[in-house]
Design a protein around this ligand. Structure first.
Ligand code: NAD
Ligand code: TYD
Length: 362
């Protein structure tokens, strides 16, 4: 039985992973360590019986106490500052959390797991395809051997953390694996990222701010498929190896946005109750949601294209995404429509203040 420490387990992907793991491995023990930053939300863990520790990954003594005291044998390290736009406004927090925080986790794992004769263990690090930089239209997709070329403070900090994880394996023998995944979407995603932000804006009749020409390309990965991929790495991944995990859905932003607009229109047409719940939505007045599309100044240094070559994960681990983007998006829309209190509480809180300060007029 695994005794697992999940860092960042109150965030979007971490919480989905906790639900996924608890459903598939009910006999395992899960401890969540999360600082509850603006992105962390205890409500994301409702219905689980994990032990929740409100603390910071940079507190190495705390992490050592948890690893030793709870007899943890597996770390799945999600905790991070994760939003590119925020990293452009305040890069220091990204170095503090993503680099210094990962260093702290590695130091604690080394101190506890490699002391004396050592004990069987695994440190799994969750990273991003953004470390590989930006692709041209005809470039081959990112593989695990693509040279790192991060372009934003966020991706630079994640790249640094990946290098630390690699070095702790080669220098000290820590049993690590790393996964670099593409853009996730699904339940519990904080409404600053493209899909939940645009969905909620559409329901309120607010503009949908499309950066630049909207032709940037991302590979979209439903978060449950990502969780399945991490589980495959934990089960079958080779120690010291890196695995790219993608969703097999390389799409220009404008296609994602048009899909979203059409799906919102269809949902209102199919369910008259939505008209009463969201009277500010264009769809409630018979106007196309697409009328909210607004082209705004591009993000500085905006990466043009990400694409994942997941041959290694498919052949070595048997990983394959199970949802098409259309299925995954329909599930996600249904989740946000069915969980209004979840996002309403966030939108009424500090997040709106931050958006109003930094994105006035968007
Ligand atoms: P998120 O921002 O939704 O959640 C991050 C969580 O980490 C929050 O619960 C927050 O409270 C916690 N946290 C932040 N700083 C902390 C600290 N110092 N100590 C303890 N906890 C802290 O992020 P996410 O989207 O769930 O991303 C999870 C991981 O996956 C990150 O490492 C991110 O880089 C990576 N990733 C995300 C995506 C994506 O599309 N969201 C894509 C690729 C990789
Ligand atoms: P985002 O969800 O921030 O993820 P990432 O920057 O990590 O890829 O953005 C996804 C894409 O959507 C990215 O190309 C930026 C674009 N985008 C917009 O056009 N408008 C927005 O308001 C946001 C948040 C993102």
């Amino acid at each position: 039985m695994t005794r697992m420490l999940v860092t960042g387990g109150a965030g979007f992907i971490g919480a989905n992973f906790v639900h996924f793991w608890a459903a598939h491995r009910p006999d395992d023990t899960i401890v969540v360590l999360d600082a509850l930053t603006y992105a962390g939300n205890r409500a994301n863990l409702a219905g689980t019986d994990v032990e929740f520790i409100h603390g910071d990954i940079r507190d190495t003594a705390l992490v050592e106490t948890l690893l030793a005291g709870r007899n943890i044998d597996t770390i799945v390290h999600f905790a991070a500052e994760s939003h590119v736009d925020r990293s452009l406004h305040g890069p220091s927090a990204f170095v503090d959390t993503n680099v210094i925080g990962t260093l702290s986790m590695l130091n604690a794992a080394r101190a506890v797991w490699l002391a004396g004769d050592g004990k069987p263990h695994r440190f799994h690090h969750v990273s991003t395809d953004e470390v590989y930089g930006s692709l041209g239209a005809d470039d081959p997709a990112f593989s695990e051997t693509t040279a790192y070329a991060p372009n934003s403070p966020y991706s630079a900090s994640k790249a640094a953390s990946d290098h630390l994880v690699r070095a702790w394996h080669h220098s000290y023998g820590l049993a690590v694996t790393t996964s670099n995944c593409s853009n996730n979407y699904g339940p519990f995603q904080f409404p600053e990222k493209l899909i939940p932000l645009f969905l909620i804006n559409a329901l309120h009749g607010r503009p949908l701010p499309i950066y630049g020409d909207g032709m940037q390309i991302r590979d979209w990965l439903h978060v449950e498929d990502h969780c399945r991929g991490i589980a495959a790495v934990l089960d079958r991944g080779r120690i010291g190896e890196v695995y790219n995990i993608g969703g097999g859905a390389e799409l220009p932003n404008i296609t994602v946005i048009d899909t979203l607009c059409a799906a919102v229109d269809a949902a209102f047409a199919a369910d008259p109750a939505l008209v009463l719940r969201f009277p500010g939505a264009p769809a409630a007045k018979g106007v196309a949601t697409a009328s909210l599309k607004t082209y705004v100044t591009d993000r500085p240094g905006h990466d043009r294209r990400y694409a994942i070559d997941e041959t290694k994960a498919r052949t070595e681990l048997g990983y394959a995404p199970t949802r098409t983007f259309e299925q995954g998006f329909a599930d996600t829309l249904a989740w946000y429509l069915g969980n209004e209190p979840w996002w309403r509480a966030i939108m009424d809180g500090s997040y709106r203040t931050w958006v109003d300060t930094n994105y006035a007029g968007r």
